[in-house]
Design a protein around this ligand. Structure first.
Ligand SMILES: NC(=O)c1ccc[n+]([C@@H]2O[C@H](COP(=O)([O-])OP(=O)(O)OC[C@H]3O[C@@H](n4cnc5c(N)ncnc54)[C@H](OP(=O)(O)O)[C@@H]3O)[C@@H](O)[C@H]2O)c1
Length: 387
């Protein structure tokens, strides 16, 4: 029985992870759940899964929560410290980090420091501090299991193969809702348009990141750290059907692709069940005859300038990737609040990076300092855009 701490249990990945738990009650036990602000859903989850610990972002929500679950034996924690504590509980062996954006960094780091298995959905943590997280995972024998479908697919292929057998990996991108839209039209995109992902149903931030391709930029960096591959050996191809998640090109000319229907519960289950595989009756299985044509197209980097940022910030190194991730967090939030245009999201990220004097990363504090600077700077760039 795996003992789980699910951070971000009220989100898209978190609720799908709980579907997986529902499907295999004899395999998984929920020990801890953490949410941001959705008290109602957390209360329902506490009633159903009976965790011993929960965490919620604010003290105010915590007191509402305590009133509503007063008859239950649950320890209620709060804020970032609550998330961090739930990542390192003694009675947990697997932590699913499915918190969104920069809030995933410290819990992900804490989980590997505590030697837990880390099922990692929060890619921003690896973008911000990949070197530190991988180093700490190595030191503490913590296994990182990627939840992102592309990385989960690569992980499935690489298992047991020496890296020297691999010539490169290619991760796929759906292209988001604006794949066939003219570059000039992108300026007029509304929040509602940008939240209409053609294939995946996900949280708001990653849906916007998919539309700008910042998500793929993050995933290149995530792949670099997870698989220790030089960025020149990581490619991206647009694949609107999102059935092939990654292709691994081997040295001898063979390529191995991993396919499954776009349902996050499949990679979530594998990240939780690894190295075992369980018969998953809840999900639809792939039927190629039904699917028909699969398309693969090059990425238009004029339309999606974010994609090249991955390679340039990786080359720059230091705290630049963290600055990029936080500037994007801030810009996406501003777009969702109607403060900036869709096309300004990536502009804010570029401008923040332009104003940044890169620094080296010695420890996590360097990353946190850079993140704080990026938040202040991106907000001031956004204010200036509005004036
Ligand atoms: N969705 C996908 O299909 C998918 C696929 C691959 C990777 N990912 C990655 O997985 C992560 C989560 O994505 P998602 O789509 O599941 O996001 P989401 O639906 O927005 O959920 C985010 C979760 O984080 C919680 N949260 C937000 N701020 C918090 C805070 N300050 N403290 C504690 N918890 C906080 C939210 O709580 P409340 O809702 O209670 O406020 C929610 O449970 C992201 O890094 C994303 O890139 C997602």
């Amino acid at each position: 029985m795996k003992k789980l701490s699910i951070l971000g249990s009220t989100g898209s990945v978190g609720t799908q992870a709980l579907d997986v738990v529902r499907a295999f009650p004899e395999k998984f036990e929920v020990v801890a759940l953490a949410a941001g602000r959705n008290v109602d859903l957390l209360v329902e989850q506490i009633r159903e899964f009976r965790p011993r610990y929960v965490s919620i972002a604010s003290e105010e929500d915590a007191s509402v929560l305590k009133d509503r679950i007063s008859t239950r034996k649950v320890e209620v924690l709060t804020g970032e410290e609550g998330l961090i504590s739930l990542a390192a509980l003694d009675d947990v062996d697997t932590v699913l980090c499915a918190v969104v954006g920069r809030y995933g960094l410290r819990p992900a780091l804490e989980a590997v420091r505590a030697g837990k298995r880390l099922a990692l959905a929060n890619k921003e943590s690896l973008v911000m501090a990949g070197e530190i997280i991988m180093r700490e995972a190595g030191k503490n024998d913590a296994l990182i299991l990627p939840v992102d479908s592309e990385h989960n697919a690569v992980f499935q292929v690489l298992e047991g193969r020496p890296l020297t057998n691999i010539s490169r990996i290619v991760i796929t991108a759906s292209g988001g809702p604006f794949l066939n839209m003219d570059l000039k039209e992108l300026d007029n995109i509304t929040v509602k348009d940008a939240l209409q992902h053609p294939v995946w149903s996900m949280g708001e931030k990653i849906t916007i990141d998919s539309a700008t391709m910042m998500n793929k930029c993050f995933e290149i960096i995530e792949a670099h750290w997870l698989f220790q591959l030089d960025p020149s050996r990581i490619g991206v191809v647009v694949h609107p059907q999102s059935v092939v998640h990654a292709i691994v090109d081997l040295m001898d000319g063979s390529s191995v692709a991993v396919m499954f229907l776009p349902d996050m519960r499949i990679p979530i289950l594998y990240a939780l069940s690894y190295p075992e595989r369980y018969p998953f009756r809840m999900v639809r299985k792939l039927n190629l005859e039904e699917l028909g044509t699969l398309e693969f197209l090059p990425v238009d980097s004029k339309k999606y300038p974010a994609i090249n940022l991955a390679y340039s910030v990786l080359e720059e190194g230091g705290t630049a990737p963290a600055v990029m991730a936080v500037a994007n967090d801030v810009a996406v939030a501003a777009f969702l609040q109607g403060k900036i245009k869709f096309t300004s999201i990536v502009k804010v990220v570029f401008q923040t990076l332009l104003e940044y004097k890169n620094t080296e990363v010695f420890d996590i504090q360097d990353v946190l300092d850079a993140a704080e600077w990026a938040e202040i700077t991106a907000k001031s760039i956004i204010r200036a855009m509005g004036s």
